[in-house]
Design a protein around this ligand. Structure first.
Ligand code: ARG
Length: 593
């Protein structure tokens, strides 16, 4: 099924061919001047440059031929040679009708599905998740859903940070507290306790203390590095203790991700790449790309490219680095998961790390023909423009943020005793609680995804959870409103019928709806969910104007009522799809004060 733009492009293509013009320029875009036309084609200008001719003359030839097509209501030439196209209501109605009958709402799919591994969320063992992890999880989850929707095969892996020096720091801190615990007996090989009496909060505290101690003292840092190297090397006690740390952290992280409706196919971490790290060392040696430098094994970067520090594969104490675990993980993703593409979502500050890793992967030849991409995002700031902190100046934890959002949403919720339609107040309260968490997540995610990925954004503490304005709850509310309209109209015996365009608002809505395929395709190509959020907001607004102008229950004729109901249902289905692609739930019924 062809989208509206594709239908028009096809017609232009035929026209260009007949006129002997390069059909590469036969493309339209939504008009910059909606008061003049629906679409515009700027191809005549590009052609004129190529052929050293007058653009208006070329445009006139094209326009003259297009005028014969009844699907075009009006063709005009504007300025130096823009071709303005107004389509017929007939064509518009037909495209909308077909969309509404299509399970994919007229959206295209990729011709050849790719295997894409996505690496997002990526929390670290024993460190609490903060707003940076929120961005990574929220953006990654959305891009995953979009890529799956267009037909690609995505494997989501939250690459846990579980193999670096922080592990040695925590182990050494625990040893200071409990030197008698069996984990520190170098001769003991098995029979370690099944549980560890720590919560994730305890671990965070321990990590903080360890961090402070190591910061002050090089000897302490060195001790932690040695413990890390021995852990990696297979020290039985350290491994047993580390297993506990990892499990406690993963359980906590899973709870957070569940709340956020973020999910993964794999829960692998840096540690899972350990064995493959040795292979990387072998490959590097065999290819002659690595060298010894002050006891460490490194790969130097090409000077021809932007000068970058070398990749360190193995430190002088034998420990593996963040670089090598990432290289080994690339090798595993290519060999075992058959990745065609690997996409990483982290803070922009890791850009250099990924540039180094990708260049080293090229030298090692471990990912031939695999597209490696790092999508770096900006930081979440507070109202003061500095990284978002709690009121007392601490790092904003993900849990705090969820709580903040839920509290904001509750301000807009009615009291359970005032809500009708539930068997009891307790039932109403249960529904409200569920709603609060779904709306709170929507508010957080939408405020993130409405911003360009690369730029940071300021957390709109006062506005992000409002039910009006460019927010997640506003879009959720638009869906619930259409649900309610549909319940009422269907109760009145109205059914969806043919599309008839009888006024400006219906036409505006239909044109907006017809952009869907293009919007999704652009989001897929640019990996930029804000394109979807912008469109969702504008569609919800356009629907609002449509509904204010065009009653369904009191439509002038039954045919118009049936047409409007179809437009309403299609708008609802699109908004639900868009929310889904942003990782946001669409409650059937919304409540507000
Ligand atoms: N755990 C890291 C952090 O919290 C992010 C890991 C990103 N993924 C990767 N394969 N390096 O900063």
């Amino acid at each position: 099924m062809l989208s509206l733009e594709n239908v028009i492009n096809q017609k232009l293509h035929n026209c260009f061919e007949k006129l002997g013009l390069n059909p590469k320029f036969a493309v339209v875009k939504v008009s910059d001047r909606p008061d003049l036309s629906d679409f515009q084609c700027n191809g005549a200008l590009a052609l004129a440059k190529e052929q050293h001719k007058n653009p208006r003359e070329i445009a006139t030839n094209i326009a003259d031929m297009l005028k014969d097509d009844a699907d075009f209501e009006k063709i005009s030439i504007d300025g130096p040679g823009f071709i303005n196209i107004t389509i017929s209501n007939n064509l518009l109605s037909k495209v909308i009708f077909d969309m509404s009958n299509d399970a994919r709402l007229g959206c295209a799919q990729v011709e050849k599905p790719l295997n894409i591994v996505m690496d997002y969320g990526a929390p670290n063992v024993a460190k609490e998740m903060h707003v940076g992890h929120l961005r990574s999880a929220v953006i990654g989850e959305s891009v995953k859903r979009i890529e799956r929707f267009v037909g690609n095969h995505v494997i989501a892996d939250t690459h846990l940070g579980d193999w670096g020096t922080p592990m040695g720091m925590i182990i050494s801190e625990i040893q200071l507290d409990h030197p008698d615990w069996p984990y520190f007996d170098d001769n003991k090989k098995d029979g370690f306790p099944d549980t560890l009496p720590y919560s994730v909060e305890d671990l965070t505290e321990i990590y903080k203390r360890a961090n402070a101690r190591c910061k002050e003292n090089e000897d302490e840092r060195q001790k932690a590095r040695i413990i890390t190297a021995r852990l990696q090397d297979g020290h039985a006690g350290y491994r047993a203790l580390w297993q506990h740390l990892r499990r406690i952290s993963v359980d906590a992280v899973k709870q957070n991700f569940d709340k956020l409706d973020v999910s993964f196919d794999l829960w692998l971490g840096e540690s899972d790449a350990h064995e493959t790290c040795y292979k990387i060392l072998d490959i590097a040696a065999a290819k002659g790309v690595s060298e010894k430098d002050d006891g460490a094994i490194i790969i130097r970067m090409d000077e021809a490219n932007k000068p970058k520090p070398p990749v360190i594969l193995q430190k002088s104490d034998g420990g593996f680095t963040y670089h090598i675990t990432d290289l080994a993980t690339i090798k595993m993703r290519v060999d075992d998961l058959k990745a065609d593409e690997i996409i990483y979502f982290t803070d922009k500050r890791q850009a250099l790390h990924f540039e180094q890793v990708f260049e080293a992967a090229g030298k090692l030849g471990i990912a031939p023909n695999v597209k490696l991409q790092h999508i770096g995002f900006g930081t979440v700031n507070g109202p003061d423009g500095k990284p978002f902190k709690t009121r007392d100046g601490g790092v904003m934890k993900l849990e705090d943020l969820i709580l903040l959002s839920e509290n904001k949403v509750r301000e807009s919720m009615p009291e359970a005793k005032d809500v009708e339609g539930f068997a009891s107040v307790a039932e109403a309260q249960k529904y409200i609680d569920e709603l609060v968490s779904e709306i709170a997540v929507a508010a957080m995610k939408f405020q993130d995804l409405k911003n360009n990925i690369a730029s940071g954004y300021a957390f709109e503490v006062d506005d992000f959870a409002k039910f009006d304005g460019k927010t997640g709850p506003y879009i959720q509310y638009a869906v619930a409103r259409i649900n309610s309209i549909m319940r009422k109209t269907e109760a009145a015996g109205i059914q969806c019928g043919e599309i008839i365009i009888s006024n400006k608002e219906e036409r505006d809505l239909a044109l907006k709806i017809a952009q869907l395929n293009n919007i999704i395709w652009r989001t897929h190509l640019e990996k930029e969910p804000s394109i979807i959020s912008d469109y969702a907001y504008s569609l919800a607004q356009t629907f609002s104007s449509f509904y204010n102008a065009s009653s369904i229950l009191n439509a002038e004729t039954p045919q118009l009522a049936a047409s409007r109901l179809r437009l309403a249902r299609l708008t609802r289905d699109i908004l639900k799809l868009l929310l889904y692609l942003l990782g946001i739930k669409a409650p059937e019924v919304m409540l507000k004060k």
